[in-house]
Design a protein around this ligand. Sequence first.
Ligand SMILES: [Zn+2]
Length: 333
Amino acid sequence: MRGVLYPVVYLQLGGEFVAMPGLVSRVRERVYCVAAPFGPGGLVHCYFIDAPRKTIVDTGTAPVPQESLLPALREIGWDVSELRYIVNTHMHADHAGGNAELKELSGADIHMHRADTDRVNPQAYLAAARPDQLLLGEPENPAAAEARVLEQLGGAWGVDRVLEDGDTIDLGDDIRLQVMHTPGHTAGSACFYWESARALFSGDAVGGQGSRVNGYPLYSFAADYRRSLERLLELPVDYLMQAHRYRWSGADNPAVRQAGDVRRTIEDSLGVWHTLDEGVRSCLAENRDITFKDLFPKVLRVVAPQLGNDPDAAGTPSGALSTIAAHWREQLA
Ligand SMILES: [Zn+2]
């Protein structure tokens, strides 16, 4: 079916098919963005690179290949068997959950930074997430939550090429992705820099104010996250291709930021980091022996108004738990 254009794709919502304007947008020459819904209210952006060795950056959760990526490929006129490389920005279920299915359909080689490869196995993935989940006490029905994550993680797969900082992924036609290890969000988060296009695929390395209402950026290593942002600030980038629609000081939240908005996006993210770091510092200054369970709501009460979030919002805000815990741990160390 190559060459056939599908101007409209169909999205399954609650069992009904709803016509959507194309899920694919063309970012620039040779780059397409696919906005893929997942879970309750989630949206992840995957990117196709049209090079001699056709490449996808991130694969969404397990249902995303069938629900979004295959329709998107039809829309741009590629056959899935043409995909040569699957490049993961990091090991999270909403970025690598589609790997198994896409690998099976295409035979593409899976690429991931070394520092995230220890949690490719689903049981190791769940085990890595457990300590943070216990910080506020025993979660309600952890088995059901873990079952949902396992569904998002999909089938088994392995990493074909383990990446290190400074590696190059050669897509042909002088298109090269330079691997930048940008830890913080996860230990092995990586950005992929296409220097001649001044384009950066940043995954979740630049988290703004998080992507959800009243949320926070998500990172497990606070000092690393800040250092990674500072490193990215030095890079000439005209296209910042993010995985989620991160909130920032701008009026709307597109996944792709261009020109002057790139620097502003990274600077905003650094500003949020400083607000959170200061919030934790002020609470620890009052009482260094405070338990995390007591510290957490105090920090939220301090930082929420500064970031325009509702301090009285119900429940645990998205991203807040791991991120505030990272500042707390590192300040106590
Ligand atoms: Zn992530």
